[in-house]
Design a protein around this ligand. Structure first.
Ligand code: MTE
Length: 331
């Protein structure tokens, strides 16, 4: 059994290595919460009790707690997806295109040492070691909906801080209008990178004001622990009002530019994946509707699909970023 602490190097176990002990630890955390009274709010009803049991630390990876975020909209009330589902049903094409591939193969990803380079139109470019990046701002827990363009959604308690905290630190130059996120592409450790599913490295981009929105999260963990490799360890983006593919995993470079970046998905199919990719039930993907979604974990014959909400339910917080824009054109 490996000892899992932050200091001994973010020990990441593969999903298949999760033992029944995870359940035991989850219960233990729940009981601890009950004893200290911190669980009281969540236990006000059966749904809350069940949700808490699921979000309690799964006990698989090193703990990474965060304080409850005060950012408006950062804590949706939906029941969180089970950790097991969130860490075994993934898109991470660097490890294969099947949903089960990342959990099977991402154990080869080397997350230590890890650096993130900040470059382009900033006054303070530089290379951050992971530890320094993690210390740059206070860790918060935020329960976000994540809606995939394929029509499924999850609710995940992430741990991280607003990307804006990092952006303000590096001081964008006046000419900076966009931020490009470049992720790890290592043929030796990422079998998918040897294939041609996408143009590697995986690249995503945001407008600078989108990147500065307080809901845009630089995430280092989920469910109170460091990120599993299949979910984008050791650092990823989470942009909750955009389709999931905008949330790049395993980021190694953040580049500030005056030109709108071209993402890997835009390069692969420009008529299907636009730069904005805001969740929008009124703009269909050319090959399927985006009006409804299947929440992972709500399977079964009688499970009803959910109506997809404008901006994934974050319209009050982010709608003004797109005021006056034709969202059919800027999809
Ligand atoms: N980041 C990288 N580097 N490679 C990818 O293939 N897939 C994207 C996004 N980030 C992807 C990525 C897509 S399509 C989705 S839906 C989300 O990651 C899935 O995140 P999750 O597996 O943590 O739910």
């Amino acid at each position: 059994m490996l000892i899992r602490t932050l200091d001994n190097g973010f020990t990441h176990l593969n999903h298949s290595e999760i033992t029944p002990q995870a359940h035991y630890l989850g219960r233990r955390e729940l009981l601890k919460g009950l004893a200290t009274g911190t669980a009281g709010l969540a236990l006000s009803g059966w749904a809350g009790r069940e949700a808490l049991a699921q979000t309690a630390r799964p006990g698989v990876l090193a703990p990474l707690p965060g304080s409850v975020s005060a950012v408006v909209g950062a804590n949706v009330m939906d029941k969180p997806t089970a950790y097991k589902d969130a860490s075994s049903y993934n898109n991470f094409y660097e490890f294969g295109t099947d949903k089960s591939d990342p959990a099977k193969y991402a154990h080869t990803l080397k997350t230590q040492p890890w650096t993130v380079e900040i470059e382009g139109l900033v006054k303070k470019p530089g290379r951050y070691g992971l530890e320094d990046l993690m210390k740059l701002s206070a860790m918060e827990e935020r329960v976000y909906r994540l809606r995939c363009v394929e029509g499924w959604s999850m609710v995940i308690p992430w741990v991280g801080y607003s990307l804006a905290d990092l952006i303000k630190r590096v001081e964008p130059q006046p000419g900076a209008k966009y931020v490009e996120f470049i992720t790890q592409a290592d043929e030796k450790t990422m079998p998918g990178v040897r294939g041609g599913a996408l143009d590697w490295p995986y690249v995503e981009g945001l407008r600078l004001d989108e990147a500065l929105h307080p809901l845009t999260l630089l995430a280092f963990g989920m469910y109170g622990e460091v990120l599993p490799k299949q979910n984008g360890a050791p650092v990823r983006l989470v942009v909750p009002w955009k389709y999931g593919f905008k949330s790049g995993k395993s980021i190694v470079k953040i580049r500030f530019t005056d030109k709108q970046p071209r993402s890997s998905w835009e390069k692969a199919a420009p008529q299907e994946y636009g730069f904005y990719s805001n969740v929008n039930p009124t703009v269909d993907h050319p090959r399927w509707s985006q009006a409804s979604e299947r929440r992972i974990g709500e399977d079964g014959l009688l499970a009803k699909k959910r109506k997809t909400q404008m901006f994934n339910g974050y319209e009050a917080q982010v709608g003004q970023l797109y005021a006056g824009m034709d969202l059919k054109k800027f999809f």
